[in-house]
Design a protein around this ligand. Structure first.
Ligand code: FE
Ligand code: FE
Ligand code: ZN
Length: 272
């Protein structure tokens, strides 16, 4: 993966920890991990971002769904201890009719149990901002804040061996646009709201995607950079914004490898 990233001009990359629709992860090959760490160091690649499977729903109504979410996240975080400095992104969850408040409580409880099972977690866990499709939790900055507060309120020193902040946020440009944050006409306003409600110190990564849909559509259909409703000019402001420009940006656009190579060059060309 690191060699592929390097070959298209990327210095970060995101990957699925296992089949995005679920299933077991491939066994870890220690020699491969060592080769990766050496290569990443040499080429200046990182931080890498692991993405949890889409099927993971910590806010599910069925106990089996929540148990699956827990098993997967514990396994993923244990594996990520082998690549220090990596981050782990997940979709907070869908409350499937139980209500947002219940969803938030389930997600915080899930994180609490996961962290106490893993033990030392050196990986920063990122809550992804969602488009608000269906019953998704995490559409608003307030919901993200509520998950962080509920989690941190539950985690006692006895079951949290971590002395650092382990919860951060990944802002997905397509999702926040679809979710009702106008990053095209008022990027400063959106970022100051983020800062007031969540705190910009929690913002650790950007998923940089254009959107097929109009503002506040709650659809979540990613488009190639500059080909959607967000548009290239807005991306110019995003990649140069003083509060964002030093963060890692991860593309999740509908592209093949050559397409990503071109988008990376396009985005680099926008940098001032
Ligand atoms: Fe995602
Ligand atoms: Fe995303
Ligand atoms: Zn999405």
């Amino acid at each position: 993966m690191a060699q592929t990233a390097e070959s298209i001009g990327a210095n970060v990359f995101q990957f699925f920890t296992r089949n995005p629709r679920g299933g077991a992860a491939k066994p870890i090959d220690k020699a491969d991990v060592a080769a990766f760490l050496k290569y990443a160091e040499e080429k200046g690649i990182g931080p890498i971002l692991a993405h949890a499977p889409y099927t993971l729903n910590a806010a599910g109504a069925e106990p089996r769904v929540r148990e699956f979410a827990e098993e997967v996240m514990v396994d993923d975080l244990k594996r990520l201890e082998l690549t220090p400095g990596a981050m782990y992104n997940f979709h907070p969850g869908s409350h499937v009719g139980q209500g947002t408040e219940k969803g938030i409580e389930l997600i915080a409880g899930h994180l609490n149990r996961v962290v106490s099972q893993v033990g030392k977690v050196s990986t920063t866990i990122l809550l992804e901002t969602m488009a608000g499709k269906g019953s998704e939790v995490g559409r608003s900055f307030e919901e993200i804040r509520a998950i962080i507060d509920a989690f941190e309120g539950q985690v006692k020193p006895s079951n949290n061996p971590n002395d650092q902040t382990i919860l951060g946020v990944c802002l997905d440009t397509c999702h926040v646009w679809d979710g009702g944050y106008d990053i095209v006409n008022d990027l400063d306003g959106v970022l100051s709201a983020f800062d007031k409600i969540i705190g910009l110190d929690r913002l650790k990564a950007i998923h940089i995607n254009d959107s097929m849909n109009v503002f506040e559509a709650h659809k979540d259909r990613h488009e190639k950079i500059g080909k959607g409703k967000i548009g290239l000019e807005a991306f110019g402001r995003i990649v140069n914004h003083p509060k964002l420009r030093d963060l890692p940006f991860y593309l999740e656009t509908p592209c093949d490898l050559q397409g990503y190579k071109e988008e990376i060059a396009l985005l680099k060309g926008l940098r001032k």
